[in-house]
Design a protein. Structure first.
Length: 623
């Protein structure tokens, strides 16, 4: 969840590191820090460290008279071990070592006790300092008994031993005083990516590197990187043998990581939905309704799906809501039974596995710890797997057999928006294609490809109501509870609406299937509650309208989002916005947009920090 960056070259390290931190601040933003290795006026070659609580701008104000150094590491933190204080902020220094870290070292307490018994004292409550101290301890021991090996070789050995002792999913990036110019990184389950340009750059996120290079080197778990200003070397941590790692070209534009004049990334990303959906579909749509969709790996796609009899979709948060809608798509269009699982639950269960059971994981970042663990568990059970990920080169995309990338581009706002519409687009296309592959003669499937082809224009039309949606959202401020309601595919949209609203406004919201109201939540309804209702013209709308009568009878406020010619729905609503009638298959992509803007409108009205909501981080790489 933390962001790490390192640089070694001929330029001033500070602007590069601060810039990288700003690009990754969405990963965690409760404290930040920087360490440089350079010549200090009094002590000669040494670490120059500054750390600050809160945002990167707080750190920046401590860097005005920074040391001119050509090498450094930096970190933006989402606290796991120890409060978000300056003392717990990274980098942590221990003797020869200055280190930043991402992820969790599970047995830190045990290692710490051992080191304390050896007379080592600690400043912070972090697991990071434990690794820094352990590494320094091992390095010092090797240095004392050294028989002519280079300091670099000793660092590698110390890292090998430390990495084997420290359990968990994490990565570390560090500098060693005895090896000026070099940066060392170890991938133990949390991403590390590097590039070489005018110097070398190492980070946890590709977004931090795009302006320096597009040919990126992604480390694999169990690999060590040694970066010098003009070279990158990779080693296997288990035996320190040299490894060949080839670069991958990433086509994301660096400008996409800018706000482009929008007040928030979230706002920009909501408006990017039509274009990105077009990008995701580009080159994939079939010639006619009986032809296949075009996937990157058609032979494996055909082989794996032909033998699949049952699918389990696994994800977290917003991606889980996409999976719920995926179930409707697959059942309707492919007649394939689908289970939908929260990754954090699935991984600890003992699922019943049948022949032909296919596991699909959905993740914007491709790094979510629980989703990744579920994928690995599926692979260990010998199951076929596929993924729908947005970040190229991400661990989940790499480790799944089939990969169906969404092309939403970088999503920086912590609240996921465009990734969701793109996940739905892939799920819809995939289900339609599998229906064709399995010979399901379903009239329902017909027209889906045309509906997808029209989707970007349909989404543009929905976006033309953005001001009205935001106004609706601001109008919710006096209310104590917001219910989001829908049936069928609108039920996951209701859940997603409630999640968006909670995340960025901190207000109480719940998503409910309309038919469930009278089984409990109706008890909450009074004049201080509003129900935001998603009701496209489908075969369950009449039922939803009956449920709304019950809300109205108890003085709840009704905010309706339906089709523009539905007078009954309009009549029962206190406020109503009508959207053009849409093909059933693309209604979820369209109806989530009002939910996003309503939440955004309320958050803006309340003055919330929309792109960086409290307590959250974009990529949840810890359990
Ligand atoms: O990167 P992922 O899609 O795997 O992330 C899953 C969730 O953490 C994510 O969707 C989270 O719920 C978002 N903040 C929702 O807006």
């Amino acid at each position: 969840m933390c962001g790490i960056i390192g640089y070694s070259g001929s330029g001033d390290a500070v602007p590069v590191l601060v810039n990288g931190l700003k690009r990754m601040e969405y990963r965690g933003y409760d404290s930040a820090g920087i360490a440089l290795l350079g010549k200090l006026p009094k002590s000669g070659l040494d670490f120059w460290v500054r750390r600050a609580e809160g945002r990167v701008t707080n750190l920046e104000s401590k860097l005005k008279d920074h040391l001119l150094a050509h090498q450094g590491i930096a970190h933006t933190r989402w606290a796991t071990h120890g409060a978000p204080t300056e003392i717990n902020a990274h980098p942590h220094c221990a003797g020869s070592v200055s280190l930043v870290h991402n992820g969790i070292i599970e047995n830190h307490a045990e290692i710490k006790d051992r080191l304390i018994a050896e007379g080592i004292s600690f400043q912070s409550q972090t697991d990071t300092e434990v690794f820094a101290q352990l590494l320094n301890y091992e390095f010092s021991r090797l240095l004392k008994s050294n028989k002519g090996e280079s300091p670099r070789q000793l660092v590698l050995k110390a890292l090998q031993v430390s990495g084997a002792q420290a359990l968990g999913h994490y990565s570390v990036l560090f500098m060693v005083k005895e090896c000026p110019g070099s940066l060392f990184a170890l991938h133990m389950g949390a991403p590390v990516v590097a590039c070489k340009a005018e110097g070398v750059f190492v980070a946890s996120d590709l977004q931090a590197l795009l302006e320096y290079g597009r040919d990126l080197f992604f480390l694999k778990p169990g690999q060590i990187l040694v970066a010098h200003p003009d070279s990158l070397e990779f080693f296997k941590a288990s035996d320190l043998s040299l490894e060949d790692v080839s670069s991958e070209r990433i086509e994301w534009a660096a400008e996409k990581v800018e706000k482009d004049g929008y007040e928030h990334f979230m706002l920009k990303e909501m408006f990017e939905q039509p274009l990105t959906v077009a990008e995701t579909l580009s080159g994939r749509l079939p010639q006619d309704e009986d032809s296949p969709f075009l996937w990157d790996n058609p032979i494996a796609h055909q082989e794996i799906w032909s033998k699949s009899k049952r699918v389990t979709l696994v994800a977290c948060g917003t991606a889980y809501h996409a999976a719920m809608i995926g179930k409707y798509y697959f059942e309707k269009m492919a007649r394939v039974p689908v289970d939908v699982e929260l990754a954090s639950e699935f991984r600890y269960r003992d699922p019943v596995i049948d022949q032909g059971h296919l596991i699909g994981v959905i993740s914007q970042s491709g790094e979510t710890a629980d989703t990744l663990a579920a994928l690995r568990m599926a692979r260990e059970l010998g199951l076929d797997t596929f993924s729908i990920c947005n970040v190229p080169g991400s661990t989940i995309a790499r480790e799944s057999q089939l990969s169906y990338p969404t092309k939403a581009g970088p999503e920086i706002g912590v609240a996921s928006t465009k990734a969701f519409t793109n996940q739905l687009t892939i799920l819809c296309a995939l289900a339609a294609d599998i229906g064709r592959l399995k010979g399901v003669d379903s009239a329902r499937r017909k027209g889906v490809a045309q509906a997808l082809a029209r989707l970007p224009q349909d989404l543009e039309r929905v976006l033309s109501f953005s001001d009205e949606f935001m106004e609706m959202g601001a109008g919710l401020s006096p209310l104590k509870t917001i219910l989001f309601i829908g049936r069928g595919m609108m039920y996951p949209i209701a859940l997603e609406g409630a999640l968006k609203l909670k995340e960025i406004t901190y207000r109480h919201a719940e998503g409910y299937a309309a038919g469930e109201l009278k089984h409990g939540p109706i008890a909450m309804v009074d004049e201080k509650l509003a129900a935001v209702v998603f009701g496209p013209d489908d075969d369950v709308l009449a039922k939803t309208l009956s449920n709304l009568e019950e809300v109205r009878a108890r003085n709840g406020k009704i905010i309706g989002i339906g089709s523009d010619d539905n007078s009954a729905f309009k009549k029962i609503s206190d406020e109503y916005i009508g959207l053009k009638s849409l093909h059933w298959s693309v209604a979820p992509m369209a109806y989530v947009i009002p939910a996003q803007f309503i939440s955004y409108g309320l958050a803006k009205h309340l003055g919330c920090d929309i792109d960086k909501p409290r307590n959250l981080a974009k990529s949840v790489t810890v359990e």
